[in-house]
Design a protein around this ligand. Structure first.
Ligand code: GLU
Length: 367
């Protein structure tokens, strides 16, 4: 491996289909090969964070279930059973490399709340400083539908953005993105995720898997905006990690473009699920999208849902498409009262308040 091309930090996401075969049977040889690949990267000085699926699948295997249960509580129980098996498996696989692993279980709320978000980042930095491999999974046992990441592709992209990784490697049973429009082969490089690229992704059909290519593409979008390149490749190839970082890419590489968003804007853009929204008129659209301006009351046509001052809201164009996301400086009732008014008209309504931007441009991210 040439040190010049090696990244400082990578996140490697492993899908259930790579780690298991049948329903919930461990693919020990493959896991050992992946641990060896990760150990090889670490020996070359690359910091590696693993996002590992497999808890629900392994739990299903232990309980001899053939189908993923539809009840949330049954899925949670499978995850509780499988997660400890998963960690035992990872520690055993890393033992020959004298490497300690650590379990990090996250819910969406842990990354959504700014305070907890920074706490998780600090803990991951400590683990890396200790020379330990963090093995992250969603805390499925406590995640209810509304607080779920939903799939580990999304989780891995959020983790990659959180820790400032240069690369996210998504290893699954999918060898890459197949060029359905052209060659019928794997697309080696994607410079931009266009609607055609999105159309090439189909959902998953596996009984234990969750995401499929659609969730990989949406995860790639998050990582790319954070300046992190994304590989999608097959985890079934034993030397895949060594190959990828030696510059031989058998899968698809998504190239990050543009300046990466800074940390607070990443938090606004990717870690929130805003329930409130502010609709704007056609004049406000170029001001926000092209000119990087703050959102002013004059351009607002309506408000959806409830939010407090400081909450992240979606900003909708005249056609209701989500244009941007930002932290509202006022609550929903205040924004309703402000909509369509000039700053001069607003001054008497908010005496003593200097800033009357509804969403300041420093807290606004175009999506
Ligand atoms: N957290 C789930 C599990 O460990 C996997 C979700 C996913 O694969 O996307 O089973």
């Amino acid at each position: 491996m040439s040190a010049a091309v090696l990244p400082k930090r990578v996140v490697v996401k492993l899908g259930t289909g790579v780690l298991t075969h049948g329903v919930g049977q461990l693919h020990t040889g493959r896991i050992d090969a992946l641990a060896a690949g990760i150990a090889g990267l670490r020996a070359s000085g690359v910091e590696v964070i693993v996002v590992s699926s497999g808890a629900v699948g392994l739990g299903m295997g232990r309980l001899k279930k053939k189908k993923k249960p539809s009840d949330v509580s049954k899925k949670q129980a499978c995850a509780a059973i499988g997660q400890s098996l998963l960690m035992q498996t990872w520690q055993r696989a890393f033992d020959p490399h004298a490497t300690t692993v650590s379990q990090v279980l996250l819910t969406h709320e842990d990354l959504r709340s700014r305070h907890r978000h920074l706490g998780v980042k600090a803990c991951l930095e400590e683990l890396i400083a200790y020379g330990v491999v963090p093995v992250i999974n969603e805390n499925d046992t406590v995640s209810a539908a509304e607080i779920k990441f939903g799939d580990n592709d999304t989780l891995s992209a959020m983790v990659a953005a959180l820790v400032g990784a240069q690369h996210l490697v998504i290893l699954s049973t999918a060898p890459g993105l197949i060029d359905m429009k052209g060659t019928g082969k794997i697309l080696p490089v994607v410079e931009k995720i266009t609607p055609e690229i999105e159309a090439m992704a189909g959902g998953t059909t596996d009984v234990t898997a969750t995401g499929g290519m659609i969730s990989k593409i949406s995860a790639a979008k998050v990582a790319l905006r954070a300046g992190c390149g994304v590989f999608i490749a097959s985890g079934a190839e034993s030397d895949i990690l060594a190959r990828l970082f030696a510059g031989d890419n058998p899968g698809t590489y998504f190239v990050p473009a543009g300046a990466p968003l800074e940390s607070r804007k990443r938090w606004i853009a990717f870690y929130q699920r805003p329930s409130g929204a502010i609709a704007v008129n056609a004049n406000a659209v170029p001001a926000i999208l092209a000119q990087g301006r703050s959102l002013l009351a004059i351009g607002i046509t309506g408000v959806r849902g409830r939010f407090a001052a400081g909450d992240v809201v979606n900003i909708l164009g005249p056609d209701d498409a989500v244009l941007a996301r930002g932290e509202a400086a006022f609550d929903d009732a205040e924004v309703r009262a402000m909509a369509g008014r000039t700053t001069d008209e607003l001054r008497p309504l908010f005496p003593g308040r200097k800033r009357l931007e509804v969403v300041h441009r420093d807290h606004l991210v175009v999506l």
